[in-house]
Write a protein that binds this ligand. Sequence first.
Ligand SMILES: [Zn+2]
Length: 116
Amino acid sequence: MKSSYLGSCHCGAVRFRATLDLDESIVCDCTICVRKGNIANRVEDTDFELLTPLEELEVYRFNKKIARHYFCRHCGIHPFHRPRTMPHLWAVNVRCLENLDMQDVTPRQVHGSQLD
Ligand SMILES: [Zn+2]
């Protein structure tokens, strides 16, 4: 069941709202998700609202330079990205959602490491 969540980086400079189903969360074994400890949940534009202009964030790109890994320029936290396999979606970092008990999140494993 979808619910609406507020999300933020650590310092609060980046804020957003996402409507998502926690049961659709994933963990990925690619090089960057592993290092971030990322738990992702992919949503359409209609379920994602930026409360901070995107221009306020920095973006990290590598390899095929399709995915856009946004991060706060002040605290360095990565609150969401545009995923390589579905760059029209927002991959919210579930760990950045507020008032969430992480024990309620049981993400499914995906294998981004096996992409070229
Ligand atoms: Zn921040």
